[in-house]
Each structure stands twice: as C-alpha cells, then as structure tokens.
Ligand binder design. Sequence first.
Ligand code: CIR
Length: 256
Amino acid sequence: MKLALTHAIPPKINDCQLTHLERQPIDLKLAEEQHAAYCDTLRSRGLKVIELDVNTDYPDGLFVEDIAVVLDELAIMANPGAETRRGEVPGIEMELAKYRDISRIEAPATLDGGDVLVVGKRVFVGLSIRTNRMGAGALQRILKPLGYQVHTVRVKGVLHLKSAITAIDEATLLCNPHFIDSAPFANFRLVTVAANEPWAANALPVGGIVLLADGFPFTAEKVTRLGYRVQLVDIREIQKAEGGLTCSSIIFRADN
Ligand code: CIR
C-alpha cells in the first residue's frame, strides 16, 4: 500500500518563506479546508494518509516534501536551503524512521526535497536557491550504490525543480522549459504547460489519475487530450505560500 505523509496547516503559515511571490494574506480556515480536500483526494485514490502535527511552530511545516526524499530502499533527510526550515527535519525523521533506514544530507550541503524528481531509477536534482552542488553530490553518493542515476538540472526563476517539471508517468514529464535546462530530460516525452500558465507544471500522478492545481485550464485540457484522467484540486490559499500540489505530501510504498 502507499502512504502519504502530510502535515496540518501551521497557524503561522502567514510568516512563510516567499521567494518569487508578493505576500498576500492566507485565510487559515480556507487553507485548512483546501488541505483537507487534498488529503481526501489522496485517500480516494487508495492512499493511506498520515497527517502529522509535529511542526506546527514552523510557518512552512505544511511543505513536508522538502524535508525528505523517500525511496523504496531508504529515506534521505534533507538539509533545507532556508535556515528557518531546518528545524522541521527531526519531527519528520521520527515518523519516517518507522518505515525506512535514514540517511542525511549535512551542512554545508543543502538540499530541498522539492528539488528532487525521481522517475524510476533516474533522479534529477535541481540546482536552485535552496539546493547547492554539494547537496546534489551528497545525494548522488548515497544513491549511486543503490543503482540510481543522478543528474543535476539548472533551475532559474522558480523556487524548486518540481515547480518547473514533474512526471505524469514513467516516460512523460510536464514542464515549463523556461525555468530549467531541459537537456537532461532528452529521453522523455516532454509536455509543456500552456504558454499563459507558467506555474502549471507541478502535477501529482496518483492512483491512475493526474492531479493538477485548479486554475490552469489550458494545461489541464492539454494533458486530458493526451489521454490522462485529470482531476483538479483547489489549493489557491496554499499557492500563496509558494506551494504546489507535490509539496504537501511525501508519498511512498509501505508494507504495514
Ligand atoms: C518555502 O519557501 O520553503 C515554502 N514557502 C514553500 C515550499 C514549497 N515547496 C515545494 O515547492 N516543494
């Protein structure tokens, strides 16, 4: 079965880190409703959702994706590029240790899970304002012996690699090529977001459907026409914190 680790909306989410967005007030109640609907959507696709509340003191505690990379073999705890987020690691590690052996990315290496796109045995690591070369190198040293190929990707103008490119299946990636160097993805079918929807590339494929954030109708139409079953999820309040669909969960296989 697949598990999704999620985290409750932190009461201080309005103090979250923002890099490319102007601060706009986030309505806590609405954010909670949208997050609950997101968790329900994951459940409706057969996932068991475990909602944590260990990082409620951290404004960005909702965005668990950034804190760890979980593969079948192990979990790698990130060292988030934003100092204010480093305290989120122990709480998430305590939960993940129930399911996986733990490895760590350690300073001066930095890495955010949002910069790590795993497609089968290929792992793409965004070099961004959050993830440095040492972080990518540390991840490579951990994963190479396990048979993974690790590639770095330059990311510009957007927070994380997965804000610019995500997998919609093992061979197909949804991307905005303006934010990344697409060369490392030459062996994939690349579907580009609609030109007027630059932020639409953060898709979450789950249980045979593709979740897309509501508000990107042209991209949704494009993906639907390719034969995918698309479901829209309204995360407008969470987008104000510079979060996308993938950021609010860590999804992995578990036997128990
Ligand atoms: C941050 O800047 O760290 C949060 N406000 C947003 C993190 C979004 N996470 C992601 O894209 N993986």
